[in-house]
Design a binder for this molecule. Structure first.
Ligand SMILES: *Cc1c(COP(=O)(O)O)cnc(C)c1O
Length: 480
């Protein structure tokens, strides 16, 4: 029997947390209008809002307490203080870091995942959600050339995927307090910083970490790796892990996977490949050829929120032998005994997470709606746009610091005896002030270098032409 107090709660409050149909319709309408307007105007929106990082009085409205805001005010706040500040990664003009875009259908997949709130971490609780995620993992495993016996996990991003791969390598190679200080990790000087983070977090920071020199194309030099391994073995050390790139973040370099893999195999070294950016180019003919040796790796990571254009929150780790992944993540708990009886693996067996976002649906829905061919067509377009930009940069007199292996171009103007770093920074500032295009910079060969990364599904010829024009205008301004 309900108490007086409970009765009052339900009658007076009109379901509050459990909205009635009419209220849901109102909210749906306002939120869909907001989303539709955002997508509809995406071409006119800036890729970067310069000088919006200062706090305003409006930002106080983010604070949480007893006070409430009406939905229209909430949406205004989101528009003014979230959507219209900083970087706009949904824009086709976003050519900085590594873009992706954020497919609308993927957002709707997320919506369904959240509304139905399936318990995707455990097969017993949601066999359908786990099967859907397995289908994605199988598809990606096959893309990189794995056949039977591999396993994987959908993560929140590449960093966590790298973390899982490294903890798996640690376990598989039995790195413990007894041998850690004599164990050696090798990586490229172009390794993503999430690798160093992962080394720390999984307790490998006492290993010897060696950055292997690069060749002229910013690829890890396999001959330097080979001689270093030989030297280390002679010195009584144990080489145990190599981390290579298949598409480095700075320049998109693909390390010589075949040679590196052979050296690893010969010396029982775990071979991890970070393909967060490059991996999905296996969907194109060009990329399939360039990345054919991914299949040699013991573990590989991919970032669907880059090459599959889905919103942030999707990475993937793949491990050639699922048993290693299981070993590194196994657990037991009395209250989980019903689930443990299952014969099907659960994501919780293969990752540090238990309860987790049902993140399969955001990737599965667009793939199921449009098929894989559309994705490869879009990636082919990015390769073409890269060649187009490359040609135009050369015509404008830019130096290409690293020939693009995929869709990142690192470039810089040589102003002869003038201050090159300063003047290239002026080129960047001009682009950021304009705001229609966002590019970023890096340091290569100790020099300030501009870089354009072409990956968003919304980036087309128009955006590249704006970039070329902006560079042209500023060069003229700098009287070249
Ligand atoms: C983006 C990226 C990462 C990190 O992935 P997040 O999804 O940002 O966590 C790691 N490695 C490479 C090569 C990347 O491009």
């Amino acid at each position: 029997m309900s108490t007086k107090k409970e009765k009052k709660l339900y009658s007076e409050r009109d379901f509050y947390l459990e909205e009635n149909q009419q209220k849901r319709n109102e909210i749906d309408k306002a939120i869909l209008e907001f989303a539709n307007e955002f997508v509809h105007e995406i071409d006119e929106r800036k890729a970067f809002h310069n000088n919006t990082h200062n706090k305003t009085i409006e930002d106080d409205l983010f604070e949480i307490g007893e006070s409430t805001l009406k939905l229209n005010k909430i949406l205004d706040l989101i528009k003014d203080r979230v959507v219209n500040t900083g970087l706009n990664p949904a824009s086709g003009g976003h050519l900085g870091y590594i873009p992706g875009g954020g497919l609308y259908s993927s957002a709707l997949g997320d919506y369904l995942a959240a509304v139905t709130n399936r318990y995707a971490g455990v097969f017993y609780a949601s066999p359908g959600a786990v099967r859907m995620e397995d289908a994605l993992i199988n598809w990606c495993g096959n893309l990189i050339g794995y056949s039977k016996g591999f396993g994987g996990n959908l993560t929140s991003g590449g960093s966590i995927a790298n973390l899982i791969a490294l903890s798996t390598a640690k376990k598989a190679k039995s790195i413990t307090s007894k041998n850690i200080i004599k164990s050696v990790i090798y990586c490229s000087q172009q390794a993503h910083h999430s690798i160093y983070k992962a080394i720390n977090i999984v307790g490998l920071e006492e290993c010897i970490v060696r950055q292997i020199p690069l060749d002229n194309d910013f690829r890890l030099s396999s001959s330097d790796f080979e001689s270093q391994v030989e030297k280390d073995i002679n010195d009584g050390l144990t080489p145990f892990l190599l981390i290579a790139n298949a598409g480095s973040t700075d320049v998109g370099a693909i390390d010589p996977l075949k040679d590196l893999g052979a050296i690893c195999k010969l010396n029982s070294i775990w071979f991890h490949v970070d393909a967060a950016y490059g991996g999905f180019f296996t969907l194109t003919d060009y990329g399939k050829d360039k990345l054919q040796d991914l299949e040699i790796a013991d573990s590989v990571i991919l970032d669907p929120h880059k090459g599959m254009f889905i919103p942030y929150g999707s990475g993937m780790v793949l491990v050639k032998d699922i048993n290693h992944l299981l070993d590194a993540n196994k657990y037991s708990a009395n209250y989980m005994q019903d689930a443990v009886k299952e014969t099907h693996y659960s994501p919780a067996d293969l990752s540090p997470e238990l309860s987790k976002h049902f993140r399969g649906l955001r990737m599965w829905l667009p793939l199921k709606l449009y098929g894989t061919k559309v994705f490869s067509d879009y990636l082919e377009e990015k390769l073409r746009l890269t060649r187009y930009l490359h040609k135009n940069l050369l015509e404008l007199g830019f130096t290409i610091v690293c020939e693009p292996a995929l869709t990142i171009i690192a470039f810089r103007y040589n102003f002869n005896d003038r201050d090159n770093d300063l003047l290239n920074t002026a080129l960047l500032d001009h682009i950021l002030e304009d705001g229609r295009i966002f590019i970023s910079s890096t340091i290569l060969n100790n020099q300030f270098t501009l870089r354009a990364a072409i990956l968003s599904f919304r980036t087309h010829r128009k955006e590249i032409d704006i970039l070329i024009q902006l560079l042209k205008d500023k060069l003229k301004d700098l009287s070249v």
